[in-house]
Design a protein around this ligand. Structure first.
Ligand code: HSE
Length: 338
């Protein structure tokens, strides 16, 4: 049986995910007995399309790369109507993140879950602002709400905590959760000015559309909230997480840290002390001997402090077309296996 997918948002992540599906079509079938068809795509730039027997994904990726609108299988249904009416088993919500309101993504996710479809998303909005509500709705409907791609792209953080680390009690999660700021701090250490480095982070595609979210720590705060609520079972509001970014760090501060044998890192942290979960984001001077000090550029790293294994650290990419596309694949495959 083919797993039927709807893709909402056909930007960097949506196209990256489709490229992986196309490239690995035979491999996925052979290795996991997983067959797919994309039945619906909605995108404000390219239009909404639907074919219950499967769309021509290769052609659509080609059109999007040329910035041309979809023509074949075009429908005049609004996105929510498309989500509700399509015959997809799983809706992949891949639109832009809005950490203030949750953006249209919240309505997309609610509509999909309410119509009995599982949701896989890399959008931090619904996950950071209303995970408990979405999870409850998914449970009531007997479907899944899966969010691996919301924290550190495809590097398995949520799945690691819920899968291989299951049985360990996790008392702390701490690390580098934002690639843009880690890249900026790494480059500033080479003597490059902040403004220039921020510009190249945007050109390299690490930064969010509005990079304020990265440099002020809001992106990392969204991820900390997700970790607190999903991995630690808390019910934190994003505003409960204390947040400070890197905008006040000067070249002198960087020099000072170096003289002390330290390095600035923007550290996101979640801690469970006697059942009380707290979260924070703030720049810290980390000793050069500490594993997190060696994480440079746009790479992310997280250490889980556990009762049975002590510290477990995972290092990997936290952004990117294919890297985030992979996070969608891994959750879709998990649903497919069920
Ligand atoms: N802008 C984010 C980062 C991308 O720099 O880590 C993924 O959330």
């Amino acid at each position: 049986m083919k797993h039927k997918l709807a893709i909402i948002g056909f930007g960097t992540v949506g196209q990256g995910f489709c490229e992986i599906l196309l490239q690995k079509k035979e491999y996925l079938k052979k290795k996991y007995d997983f067959e797919w068809s994309v039945v619906a795509v909605a995108d404000f730039a390219y239009g909404n399309v639907y074919n219950e027997n499967g769309l021509d994904v290769e052609e659509m990726v080609g059109l999007a790369q040329k910035k041309e609108k979809f023509v074949k299988d075009a429908v005049d249904w609004e996105t929510l109507e498309l989500i509700e009416r399509c015959n997809a088993d799983t809706v992949c919500e891949l639109t832009f993140t809005d950490l203030k309101t949750g953006g249209p993504a919240v309505d997309h996710v609610k509509t999909a879950l309410a119509s009995g479809k599982s949701v896989v998303t890399s959008n931090k909005g619904p996950a950071a602002l209303m995970y408990p509500e979405m999870k409850k709705l998914a449970d009531e409907q007997g479907v899944k709400f899966m969010i691996e791609g919301t924290v550190v792209a495809g590097t398995p953080i949520v799945n690691l905590a819920e899968g291989p680390l299951a049985g360990c009690e996790i008392s702390k999660i701490r690390g580098i959760l934002n690639g843009t700021t880690n890249y900026i701090l790494s480059e500033m250490e080479k003597g490059l000015p902040y403004e220039e480095v921020l510009k190249s982070a945007q050109e390299l595609g690490y930064a969010e559309a509005d990079p304020t979210g990265d440099v002020e720590g809001y992106d990392a705060r969204g991820k900390v909230t997700i970790l607190a609520n999903v991995v630690m079972g808390a019910e934190l509001d994003i505003e409960d997480v204390a947040c400070q970014g890197i905008t006040k760090i000067t070249p002198d501060d960087i020099k000072f840290a170096k003289e002390q044998g330290k390095r600035w890192k923007l550290i996101g942290s979640v801690e469970n002390k006697d059942g009380k979960v707290t979260g924070s984001v703030a720049p810290e001077m980390v000793d050069l001997s500490h594993p997190l000090a060696g994480i440079m550029g746009a790479t992310n790293a997280l250490t889980f402090t556990t009762d049975l294994l002590g510290d477990v650290t995972i290092v990997g990419p936290g952004a990117g077309r294919i890297e985030t596309g992979f996070s969608i694949l891994t959750d879709v495959l998990a649903i497919g296996k069920r």
